[in-house]
Design a protein around this ligand. Structure first.
Ligand code: 5GP
Length: 179
């Protein structure tokens, strides 16, 4: 894939503005209650770190690592828990932070995991991007930044074969470019 053929979908400014709006909503919802922000690696790392900077309540950050993609541009349809060690989250406010909800299998896996392992005070799911058209589960994020079409997106945490997570914007490329 040639990075020069990437078309910009959301600029850095659009992303940062939307993140501040989401944080404001969360600040209103949680007030001064402590929140455990659970970042799903690797894709959500940029989003999670920017989001928490605008949260005003006491925040603890946790990181878990899952994988469902085959390394390229296709999902395996099966979620693998690479590292999901978490502290005791009983009676805690948990905010799961994802880069994108696509089929929703990862979100469902995580919400089931939380339900099975903890009696949290609250569990909210936040995703920067929501690819609603690709959904195969009935999971909906409580917070999302932008709804997107069924395109393969790259940048701001989202990779292509491990690359381009460091882009400050989110772009897409024609399917033919990815073959
Ligand atoms: P889901 O389980 O909802 O199908 O997919 C969740 C994961 O698939 C995301 O966390 C992300 O890592 C990956 N994913 C889904 N859509 C895209 C996309 O358009 N681009 C990239 N780079 N990864 C995606």
């Amino acid at each position: 894939m040639d990075i020069n053929n990437l078309k910009v979908l959301f600029t850095e400014e659009q992303i940062q503005t939307r993140i501040k709006e989401l944080a404001n909503e969360m600040n209103k919802f949680y007030g001064n209650e402590e929140v455990y922000a659970v970042c799903v690696l690797k894709g959500a790392v940029m989003f999670a770190t920017d989001l928490v900077k605008s949260l005003s309540m006491p925040v603890k950050m946790e990181f878990i690592r899952l994988s469902s993609y085959n390394g390229g541009t296709t999902t395996s349809g099966k979620v693998n828990a690479v590292d999901i060690s978490l502290p005791d989250l009983n009676e805690k406010n948990v905010l799961i932070i994802e880069d994108i909800v696509d089929t929703g299998l990862t979100a469902k896996f995580l919400l089931d995991f939380m339900n099975c392992n903890f009696h949290t005070k609250s569990t909210k799911f936040c995703s920067l991007l929501d690819k609603k058209v690709a959904r195969v589960t009935d999971v909906e994020p409580d917070y999302y930044g932008f709804e997107v079409d069924d395109k393969f997106l790259i940048g701001y945490g989202l990779d292509y074969d491990g690359y381009y997570r460091n882009l400050t914007y989110i772009g897409y490329t024609d399917k033919s470019e990815l073959e």
